[in-house]
Design a protein around this ligand. Structure first.
Ligand code: ADP
Ligand code: MG
Length: 684
């Protein structure tokens, strides 16, 4: 028997491992099982080259729990180790600056394991003694037993071992007894070893017999040794991809389509990425891309490996060039990882492009599901935008799809305003904005439907990217003011008539919480509705943005501001105007005259005082000015009173306002019931 110390300069590494790696505890199983798989594959390679001439036989790796003995044993029939090899590969872990390194990475378990190649030693996270019982594949090899209790001291001795290969026996420590539970081990094997390339057996397959579950003779194989992504794409059918998807994500709908990744230069990468059908926001991050390294599960936190927008995809990426023990700090700086990321982005855009080209109809059908993902990519990766702009689609309110170029050509003639700006009209809700959409259509305009989660952000971006272009929601203003044309001569009302009309309507506006109206007139044509309510594009966008962005709460606090625009060309508005003119002429005339006089006086006083500095004004001067202002205000109030009185007397005013409110879903409660009663009265 031989005794010795493991070549670690740190006095005792194991308590350190145990402490720092606490959260990642469970990976010990992945490490030990993948070592067994490595040893088995090495033997297969030797056999293939003719360097091993014996029988390979059954190469299944066995995992077994013995609850009484408190052991977990992983056995393989791989190459095994000689005593010298144990010394070289297990005892001599080369350490340099170990303490510094541990200090630096104490929160990053993967970095520690990765750096030291501590795969095997991770077993000491859960075991207080580990035995290696092994026999090399070489003809003359004898059995060797190595034992270590977690201190740097180990023992090594000859032992009887009938068969080639290695048993790793973990004597599970008292605070880790969960790893003696069958279910726990099954769960970990499913998580980490599900697609390992050598069969892994854990216990026996069970069957129902006489009302009980009993073991059968057959090994319970926990893994699929040739998962889909390792196969040649040309041998696979659509159904194979869908089946594999269901295996990965049992509760999900079929994917839209998939990309089979397969590169070997300048790095190695295989995998299958699926475009999921996204039903709701909640679904998005439930299923994740899984990262493998030679079929060993590494992580499903792929944030640093694939660009953000691709984390919306599902599937598997497998690359030996990403180290098994992925550490965050490592990933961010690794150039392979960066290359992988841009490779995947390119693959994804190429694939989308080719589907678009090969089958436009199919692409259009999938667009509604795809667009969240494509928009996300376009917004976050400029390279992706440049590719995607050729196949990204606009959908109009009638459900027709256009590429950006096609759409520009479609609206170019009709929707360019007098300044040469191309105006993209859009609706966010077909029902709520129905009448505005119809009005725009009646002018020969096309209206897009932008009702996706990222459309607001897309609009802002496209306005930057497209030249001389602006987006406006159909209810952003009166349509002729959204797209202003040169040639139209409009019969706008004279200022005093417009003032009276807006004064009367203002007096009849309902008061609503956090809502303000501004009344104005516009000549919109006899066919258009008598009153429309619009909401400024700018304010609406600011308010929308304030919901998602910090530092914009100011806009969120502001009331909703609407414009109530009276169509001065419409019969009903004209009637109100002429009726009002004759009804109010006598009452308004003296007020108007008085106002004119007062305003003239105001101008005169201003003229008089304009050369004086504020401090030179006498109390008298100030008093004169104040009196004039007060008088004007009094007259204006009197005029408001007259308007209000008229507004009350003519039910058409309130009726028109309510109709416009109703059209925008703003008429509710008492106001709605008043409207209904008034409507009934008007019918009589
Ligand atoms: P790595 O797997 O990264 O080389 P490990 O610490 O996991 O590091 O293993 C150290 C070495 O021990 C392996 O490279 C291998 O040579 C040897 N080894 C571990 N487990 C086995 C096994 N089951 N059979 C044969 N050799 C093994
Ligand atoms: Mg290993």
């Amino acid at each position: 028997m031989q005794k010795g110390n493991i070549g670690i300069t740190t006095e005792n590494i194991f308590p350190v491992i145990k402490k720092f790696l606490y959260s990642d505890h469970e990976i010990f199983l992945r490490e030990i099982v993948s070592n067994a798989v490595d040893a088995t594959q090495k033997l297969k390679t030797l056999a293939m080259k003719g360097d091993f001439k014996g029988e390979l036989g059954d190469l299944t790796v066995h995992v077994a729990v013995d609850k009484e003995a408190k052991t977990l044993t992983i056995s393989d029939r791989g190459i095994g180790m000689t005593a010298e090899e144990i010394d070289k590969y297990i005892n001599q872990i080369a350490f340099s600056g170990a303490n510094d390194f541990l200090e630096k990475y104490k929160d990053d378990a993967s970095a520690i394991i990765g750096h030291f190649g501590l795969g095997f030693y991770s077993s000491f996270m859960v075991a207080d003694r580990v035995d290696i019982i092994t026999r090399s594949y070489r003809d003359d090899a004898k059995g060797v037993k190595w034992t270590c209790d977690g201190s740097p001291a180990f023992e090594i001795d000859d032992c009887e071992k009938a068969d080639r290969g290695t048993d790793i026996v973990l004597h599970i420590s008292d605070d880790c007894v969960e790893f003696l539970e069958k279910n726990k081990i099954q769960e970990l094997l499913t998580k980490y070893c599900r697609f390992l390339p050598i069969p892994i057996a854990f216990g026996k397959k069970t069957e129902w017999k006489d009302g009980k579950q009993v073991d059968t003779e057959k090994d319970n194989i926990v893994n699929d040794t040739t998962p889909l992504w390792t196969k040649t794409p040309s041998t696979l059918k659509d159904e194979d991809y869908k089946k594999f998807y269901r295996e990965l994500y049992p509760m999900s709908d079929d994917p839209l389509f998939w990309i089979h990744l397969n590169v070997d230069y300048p790095f190695n990468l295989t995998g299958v990425l699926y475009f999921p059908r996204i039903k709701s926001n909640l679904d998005i991050h439930r299923n994740k891309i899984q990262l493998y390294c030679n079929q060993v599960f590494v992580t499903d936190q792929v944030e640093n490996i694939v660009p953000d927008f691709l984390t919306l995809l599902h599937g598997v990426i497998d690359s030996p060039d990403i180290p098994l023990n992925v550490s965050r700090s490592y990933l961010q700086s690794d150039s392979n990882v960066k290359k992988i990321s841009s490779y995947i982005t390119k693959k994804v855009s190429d694939r989308l492009q080719s589907i678009f080209k090969a089958d436009r109809k199919d692409f259009e059908q999938k667009w509604d599901d795809l667009k969240l993902f494509i928009h996300y990519g376009m917004l976050s990766e400029n390279d992706f935008y440049d590719k995607a702009k050729t196949f990204a689609l606009f959908k109009d309110v009638d459900g027709k799809y256009f590429t950006y170029d096609e759409y520009r050509d479609l609206i170019k003639d009709a929707q360019t305003d007098k300044e040469g700006n191309l105006i993209y009209l859009y609706a966010t809700n077909k029902d709520e904005q129905y009448s505005y959409i119809e009005t725009a259509k009646s002018k020969g305009y096309n209206v897009l439907l932008l009702d996706g989660q990222l459309d607001t952000a897309m609009v802002s971006m496209l306005e930057q990217k497209f030249e001389k272009s602006r987006f406006s929601r159909v209810d952003g203003d009166v349509i002729d003011r959204i797209i202003q044309k040169d040639n139209e001569t409009k019969d706008e009302l004279p200022a005093d008539e417009a003032a009276s009309l807006t004064g009367v309507f203002t007096s009849e506006l309902p008061t609503m919480d956090k809502t303000q109206f501004h009344v104005e007139t516009a000549a919109m044509g006899e066919q258009a509705t008598p009153v429309v309510i619009t909401q400024s594009e700018y304010m609406r966008r600011m308010k929308d943005a304030s919901r998602y962005q910090q530092g914009m709460s100011f806009y969120g606090e502001m009331p909703d501001m609407y414009n109530l625009v009276l169509n001065s060309d419409h019969r009903l508005v004209k009637e109100v105007l002429s009726d009002m003119k004759s009804a109010l002429a006598d009452k308004l005339l003296p007020i108007e005259n008085e106002l004119n006089t007062l305003k003239a006086r105001h101008t005169a006083i201003e003229q008089d005082q304009k050369d004086k500095k504020p401090e030179e004004l006498t109390d008298d001067d100030k008093e004169t000015m104040k009196k004039c202002n007060d008088d004007i205000e009094a007259q204006e109030n009197a005029r408001k009173g007259v308007w209000a009185e008229y507004g009350k007397s003519n039910p058409v005013v309130a009726q028109l306002i309510d109709l416009a409110l109703l059209q925008n879903g703003l008429l509710k409660g008492e106001a709605l019931s008043k409207f209904i009663n008034r409507s009934v009265d008007l019918i009589k």
